[in-house]
Write a protein that binds this ligand. Structure first.
Ligand SMILES: [Zn+2]
Ligand SMILES: [Zn+2]
Length: 314
């Protein structure tokens, strides 16, 4: 084996949003309304595979009233409980219903990297997954490249944040590549950071999971069998010998659309690109890469971002 692929060999693509605020904190919709929005309003007639299949409720901790907090159910749709730590820099916790309190830190808010490390450790200890959200926020950087390198044990970086208050320059692949280059094994995800309908469907994560259950989705997410998107999609991502292959989703619909595939290695270095109508692209190892990740951009500007394929260490 030359490349270590994070993707399952068999599964189903499931689209979801991992960052959602409701009236339990500063969102405009109740948890029930938010779930309805994603489970029902998002249904598309053209491409049923684009329907949302999971949602994580991640209200800010400081406003959360646990008595109001409910986790609604919907048919064929997975709802996960979570929180966004936001006393200081933010950390999104998935499948982690615990209410953070001062006991973790012994003080009311996190102030230094050690404090944030304690919160990540606490999320992991509770069986949850930690995400560093919006590294580049409109007003300041929540997470610098050095912090993404120094913190340990988090699962993903939110490389695309869809909150309308965030600027268009919120893409954080630079922070992600810095962390990957330093040896972190963390995944890039996209999410709406949903507060109201205007944030809806700006960015999302597709997981390639065994089935549509919470356990299978989290298992796929943990191992990186997923990709981030703000409009483009992959149908296949796999390694075959020295090759890495990526295919654009919905090939017939996008047949006449120009596609750019970029193969990127450590340091964010572009190793190869392909522009044209072809719906697939392949990259052959040059021999000195630590990892290769694939970006697919459609001609109107939206993209999809694969997870890294790591070079197998001999
Ligand atoms: Zn936040
Ligand atoms: Zn948020």
């Amino acid at each position: 084996m030359y490349w270590e692929s994070p993707y399952l060999e068999e599964g189903v693509w499931l689209r979801g949003n991992l960052h959602t605020h409701t009236t339990v904190s500063d969102g405009h919709q109740t948890p029930k309304e938010a779930v309805y929005h994603y489970a029902q309003i998002a249904k598309t007639k053209r491409s049923p595979w684009m329907d949302y299949r999971f949602l994580a409720l991640t209200d800010h901790i400081e406003d959360t009233n646990p008595d109001q907090h409910e986790v609604p159910r919907a048919e064929n749709f997975v709802v996960m409980d979570g929180r966004e730590y936001s006393r200081g820099k933010h950390i999104v916790a998935i499948d982690c219903p615990m209410i953070f309190d001062v006991d973790i830190l012994g003080k009311p808010r996190a102030e230094c990297l050690e404090d944030y490390q304690k919160i990540i450790n606490h999320i992991n200890g509770d069986g949850g997954l930690a995400i560093l959200p919006h590294p580049h926020w409109a007003s300041f950087d929540h997470w610098t490249a050095q912090e993404a390198i120094d913190l340990k044990g988090y699962t993903a970086i939110e490389i695309i944040n869809g909150d309308r208050f965030n600027g268009p320059a919120n893409l954080a692949t630079d922070v992600w590549d810095a962390a990957l280059t330093a040896g972190q094994r963390v995944w890039g995800i996209g999410s709406d950071d949903f507060h109201s309908a205007r944030d809806f469907c700006n960015a999302w994560t597709f997981v390639y999971a065994r089935e549509c259950t919470k356990e299978a989705i989290l298992e796929a997410f943990r191992q990186g069998s997923c990709y981030a998107s703000n409009g483009a999609g992959f149908s296949k991502l796999y390694a075959d010998g020295e090759w890495i292959v990526a295919e654009c989703a919905d090939a017939s619909f996008y047949a006449n659309c120009e596609k750019t595939f970029r193969f990127i290695s450590e340091g964010g270095v572009l190793r190869q690109h392909q522009i044209g109508m072809n719906h697939a692209a392949a990259y052959k190892a040059q021999g000195d890469e630590k990892y290769i990740r694939v970006e697919l951009t459609l001609n109107w500007g939206c993209s999809a971002f694969s997870q890294p394929f790591f070079r197998v260490q001999k």
